[in-house]
Design a protein around this ligand. Structure first.
Ligand SMILES: C=CC1=C(C)c2cc3[nH]c(cc4nc(cc5[nH]c(cc1n2)c(C)c5CCC(=O)O)C(CCC(=O)O)=C4C)c(C)c3C=C
Ligand SMILES: [Fe+2]
Ligand SMILES: [Fe+2]
Length: 339
């Protein structure tokens, strides 16, 4: 009998921290119409004429800071650990493949290996807890775009999001307990940002997301696929698991790009406010990521840590990501086996 296929897909990272490879990565990433969601001519001018030429060498320097001689990019390193751990858990009845949406290893090569092995059931697990068109949606589109040319299209299913899954919530809470959250003045749940335009576009009523006060306070039929609403839900659940009172934590969004408004509050502004209030020690979760990466290792620890200290703060502690923690592998195994 043929094996069942599981395709794990994360975002992607450059092949090396050289400016040339970072440029190649940024061009592929940002030319995705779900990431820079403007018309193709404007996107080409923005990405290839403005963003990438200015950003490539700056980003390459950041990647050089986090790149390990032995293990390379943290995102790819931890993704490989997750891949191996899941294959071990699932055994020989399953073929587990790892791919990145951009650069390598590619989704195309992973699907091709499954096709060669006559895998007839494929479950795609985009490694993003909260649904966004720019991340999960892009993976889904890419997979469908590749298999549409096959003569026989196999049974394919997609995991859409797992923002409220108890195993993920417990995994983050367990990582935080190592740092004794009660010893910190404040806790941040810092999610990757998204342009406000993309948040509004996911609301088919066009009158709720970012139009109504408190639109992310609960999940309902209108906002159930809203990245921001799902992020608030994740934060509420982790906070509840740790018994954090409402005033002890803040949800915020990091990594803006360009001049358009992104979903707020911005992490950098919250860091300033907390330093000005005299807070000294911050514990920071990044629950949009299941693996440590540039956005956690560098942006939180170095960039926000540096800004906080310059304003009188003492310490910013990152809660490490899920990486290959047993509870997260439990979750991957459960998603893989679910019919
Ligand atoms: C959590 C899922 C992600 C969403 C949603 C997302 C949207 C998004 N990102 C950019 C621009 C950049 N993101 C960059 C890095 C990056 N982004 C994610 C995840 C999501 N992005 C990850 C996991 C990483 C880290 C990759 C790594 O190699 O470690 C970068 C590159 C770094 C830099 O130059 O700052 C950019 C650029 C946009 C525009 C966007 C949605 C519109
Ligand atoms: Fe990103
Ligand atoms: Fe919303």
């Amino acid at each position: 009998m043929s094996k069942k296929g599981i395709l794990l897909v994360n975002l992607g990272t450059p092949d090396s921290p050289s400016t040339a490879d970072v440029r190649k990565y940024l061009n592929e990433f940002l030319m995705d119409g779900r990431v820079i969601d403007v018309n193709p001519i404007l996107r080409t001018i923005l990405v290839q004429g403005i963003i990438t030429p200015f950003r490539a060498s700056k980003s390459a320097k950041l990647y050089q800071e986090i790149w390990s001689k032995e293990t390379g990019s943290p995102l790819l390193y931890y993704s490989k650990l997750q891949h191996q751990a899941l294959q071990t858990r699932l055994g020989d009845d399953y073929q587990v493949e790892l791919a990145m949406r951009y650069q390598s290893p590619s989704i195309e090569a992973a699907l091709q290996r499954m096709k060669t092995n006559l895998v007839s059931d494929i479950k795609v697990i985009p490694l993003f807890p909260q649904y966004a068109s720019a991340s999960t949606g892009s993976v889904q589109e890419k997979v469908m775009d590749l298999v549409k040319t096959w003569q026989t299209i196999p049974n394919i299913s997609f995991v859409n999001s797992f923002h409220d899954d108890d195993l993920m919530i417990r995994a983050f809470a367990e990582n935080a307990r190592k740092h004794q959250p009660e010893t910190y003045d404040h806790v941040l749940f810092s999610f990757h940002g998204l342009p406000q335009r993309q948040i509004k576009k996911c609301d088919h009523t066009h009158s709720y997301c970012l139009q109504v006060d408190g639109c992310c306070d609960t999940l309902n039929d209108t906002n159930k696929f809203c990245y921001s609403a799902q992020s608030y839900d994740t934060a509420r659940l982790i906070a509840a698991k740790l018994g954090l009172p409402r005033g002890k934590y803040t949800v915020c969004f990091q990594s803006r790009l360009g001049n358009d408004p992104w979903v707020q509050p911005y992490t950098s502004e919250i860091i300033k406010t907390l330093a000005n209030e005299g807070k000294k020690r911050l514990l920071v979760f990044c629950p949009a990521f299941v693996a440590d990466c540039l956005e956690t290792v560098y942006e939180v620890t170095e960039e926000y840590g540096g800004e906080f200290k310059a304003l009188g703060g003492e310490h910013v502690q990152l809660v490490e990501s899920l990486n290959d923690s047993p509870l997260f592998i439990d979750l991957l195994e459960r998603m893989a086996r679910a019919v």
